[in-house]
Ligand binder design. Structure first.
Ligand SMILES: Nc1ncnc2c1ncn2[C@@H]1O[C@H](COP(=O)(O)OP(=O)(O)OP(=O)(O)O)[C@@H](O)[C@H]1O
Ligand SMILES: [Mg+2]
Length: 262
């Protein structure tokens, strides 16, 4: 059970950004992805989720052997893929509660019921409110989030750290098999980083999740221990190693990897 990326090439507005990415994320394994600004890390995460702006010009993306490329973003989510975005978008008019209710219901297949089964029952494409509410309350308590957030519009006016916490809350409800966390550590204070990391670790254990943790900093990797570390430069992975690679990068930056690229 894994996410497999083979020779992936992606262009954005005619410009090639990903230039042959090869990566396997196994369930239960933690992969860290580090690399300079603008190297294409977020492009990779958006491509995996099926953002229409990112055009795949070559390569394959497989989840459990099934091709993701033909799937819509919500089908990908139903197949167990989750992306915590680097810059979560604000959606005015949609409360955090209704967003989470809709997203959780969709991923758990409530929207797929036959019209006959749902006829005459308002909101029957949604998970039963009481059941959802109970689970939501547990997860929010776990994430130490104030329930008052539920009535706020999605990410609107959320602080940087609050947005990241809301993303992990969403992940806890969607229970993905593979999660891509794009700079989930950015903007978190020290206590929040610990809390969010513990949340991720607990979920990983419970769900046997495969993780791709995109980060610039060692600090989150002190909590979420990577099994494999990949260095991403200029649209592809140029080096793969174990956790010790993080120390080397911290000390020497990316120049030494670039020099070895030829
Ligand atoms: N929609 C777009 N239009 C034009 N260029 C884009 C678009 N999306 C990405 N790019 C370009 O693709 C390159 C890679 O961007 P990306 O956001 O993937 O980098 P990154 O590795 O995530 O960087 P960072 O560490 O700063 O988050 C950048 O040069 C960026 O400007
Ligand atoms: Mg990025």
């Amino acid at each position: 059970m894994a996410l497999e990326i083979r020779d992936l090439h992606v262009a954005v507005e005619g410009k090639e950004i990903l230039k042959g990415v090869n990566l396997v994320v196994e369930r239960g394994a933690t992969n860290a992805l580090m690399g300079p600004n603008g190297s294409g890390k977020s492009t990779l995460s958006y491509t995996l989720m099926g953002h229409p702006k990112y055009e795949i010009t070559r390569g394959k993306i497989l989840l459990d052997g099934a091709s993701l490329i033909e799937m819509t973003p919500d089908q990908r989510a139903r197949h167990g893929l989750f992306l915590a975005m680097q810059y979560p978008v604000a959606v005015s008019g949609v409360t955090l509660y209704s967003f989470l209710h809709a997203a959780t219901s969709a991923v758990r297949g409530y929207g797929e019921r036959t019209p006959t089964a749902t006829r005459g029952r308002l909101n029957s494409h949604l998970m039963p409110m009481r059941e959802f509410r109970q689970e939501l309350n547990e997860k929010m308590a776990f994430m130490e989030m104030d329930p008052a957030f539920l009535q706020r519009y999605l990410n609107e006016g959320f602080s940087g750290g609050e947005k990241k916490r809301a993303e992990i809350l969403q992940m806890a409800l969607l229970k993905p098999k593979i999660a891509i966390l794009d700079e989930t550590d950015s903007g978190l204070d020290i206590d929040a980083l610990r809390l969010v990391s513990e949340g991720i670790n607990t979920l990983q254990k419970d769900l046997n999740m495969g993780l791709l943790v995109i980060t610039h900093y060692q600090r989150i990797l002190n909590y979420i221990h990577p099994d494999v570390v990949h260095v991403f430069v200029d649209g592809r992975i140029v080096k793969t190693g174990d956790a010790k690679l993080v120390d080397v990068l911290e000390e020497q930056g990316y120049e030494w990897v670039r020099q070895g690229m030829g």
